[in-house]
Design a protein around this ligand. Sequence first.
Ligand code: R5P
Length: 302
Amino acid sequence: MNRVVVTGPASQALGQRVANLLGVPVVPTEFKSFPDGEDYARLLVEEEGSLAGVEAVVVQSCGPGRGAGASQNSRLFQMLMIVDALRRVGAERVRVVVPYLAYGRQDKVFRPGECKFAGLLVRLVREAGASELFTVDQHAPTVLEEAGIPATNLDPMPLLAAHCNEFDLRDPVVVAPDKGAVERSTAFARHLGGGARVEVFSKERDVVSGQIKMAGSLDVEGSDVVVADDIISTGGTMASAIRIAKESGAERAFAVCTHALLVGNAVTNLFGAGADQIVATDSIDSEFSVVTLAPLVADALR
Ligand code: R5P
């Protein structure tokens, strides 16, 4: 089956890298917002049946960006529109790669009356016409079971650890910023090698205000510390962990994440807390997105 890649506006670089690794063409697209705010997407094909019988790979992350058509919601809509359009122009198989699947943290009911939107979203991906879904470091991967199509959560920790190994870390300690990050941090430490230890914080988040409380100290005197998390959003979690690590005598502190949303003053907060570097994947484009997911995604698609 012939294969093509379609890159959404949020993942142009990653999508093209994946296409290069797979050795397949990229189908050009057009995206815009109408004056009333509605999103618009189009595959730039000559005829309706142009992609009959192909396997199409859609690459579109759904993190927040800047400007019109760059909100999570727009990016989700753009992705769904492209999947639907591909089916309509004849694609036989549509494999959807959404490195950052927004709303992943709304996977359960925290307060009465809430919607479990993460589950609804994966069902919508199937409903739009996807044959298969790939995400990366999904906040609560069990939600993928609701997709009703094969859905894979890719693990970027080996790639992030390989990058951090270039820093020549001294007596490395991997800090899990909360209990939910223990599994990820343990995997990260294993990939880091050199007998890296794992330390865990206890974090509490107020479900109404979103404020976090993190306390304690760490046994990291003279060590290089890596705090590994799935998402840096406001930077509150990561900055608290970095601050405590530095106050506990850490030599260098690396803020490592898969999805660098970096909203508001996150970058200032992280460096203000003492971070020496921020390292992220290109799940979301930022100046810190130095680790590409392309080989991971391409291997999964092969
Ligand atoms: C929460 O459980 C997540 O794993 C992240 O720690 C959290 O989403 C980060 O958010 P923020 O940067 O706003 O603290």
